[in-house]
Design a protein around this ligand. Sequence first.
Ligand SMILES: Cc1cc2nc3c(=O)[nH]c(=O)nc-3n(C[C@H](O)[C@H](O)[C@H](O)COP(=O)(O)O)c2cc1C
Length: 349
Amino acid sequence: MYSPLSIGSCTARLPIVQGGMGVGVSLSGLAGAVAACGGVGTISGIHPGYRDPDFAADPVRANLRAIGSELAKARQIAPDGVIGFNFMTVMNHYDDYVREAIAQGADFIVSGAGLPTGLAKLAAGSRTAILPIVSSARALRLIVKRWLQVDRLPDAVVVEGPLAGGHLGFAYDDVINGTEKPLEACLTEVLDYVRELENTHGVQIPVIAGGGVRTHADVTRLMGLGASGVQVGTRFVTTVECDAADSFKNAYVAAKKEDIHIIKSPVGLAARAIDGPLLERVAREGRIPVAHCYGCMGHCKPSETKYCISQALIDSVSGREGLVFCGAGASDAHEIQTVREVINDLLGQ
Ligand SMILES: Cc1cc2nc3c(=O)[nH]c(=O)nc-3n(C[C@H](O)[C@H](O)[C@H](O)COP(=O)(O)O)c2cc1C
């Protein structure tokens, strides 16, 4: 039997958090299904409006519209579920997207890929819970220092280890050389700091561990170390309810261990992806010229970037050749299951 997982004023019956997966991999379909089963559903806030007919002309407006419509659709699937958004701190218009999600009544906002130092100020006065994603106690300390300036602490913390999917919170060289800390070590140091915070401030801050969680044994091990819940991405991709195209899900089922690589993404972070024609073309030709700039990151130079990461992720999730992000465990996927089956499996039921 597992204890429920409290995030701010909301409580999920099960300690399973579905991690936000962009672009478009976790929208209302997946987040709603996980929340309906009693877990925590996370809608990806990375270009959620990519299917909007006006997306190319005005991505920001299309994304703002999609924040409301995806949340409403997820709530229809899980009227009593816990549902929130994941936004990457490095994205342009981060503040606008966070404000819109709060205005639409998101239960929580979770942010990584950079330090979400400004999130507490944006959420001030709202009921929306706020969670940073970190891979070290050091990063969490920096965030908390800033959040305390506006009298706020994290409602929960996600600790992500090096086996996770998408962008990683570890230096590229460390991941390549295997010198990064394993999840268990990251979790332990973050728990030590969180216990300090809890004692000083008289609060409880659940810590959620993710990155490579695939089995009931993984869940038991991490919760035995002190995690209050687990965050799971990769296992939820190969589900009927996942919002990605079938070809994206099937790329996981077909992937072998040697097909999964650490890349240096145009965002400037290490990331994990399945080898495919896009990465082969970049290796062969050096770069793929950007056909259209969506203006998603301040530091990206369209004339220099190796390829447009937004376009590459939009293409793969839409069923075209593109960039398929995945966790280290993607090669262990052998079939498409339902969200209910994955959750039962994780909980040993
Ligand atoms: C396809 C894919 C896309 C992802 N996109 C994001 C993202 O946009 N933002 C983010 O914070 N994490 C992202 N992640 C990380 C997941 O939210 C999750 O924390 C992580 O993958 C957990 O590890 P696991 O996949 O081994 O379960 C992504 C993961 C995958 C597999």
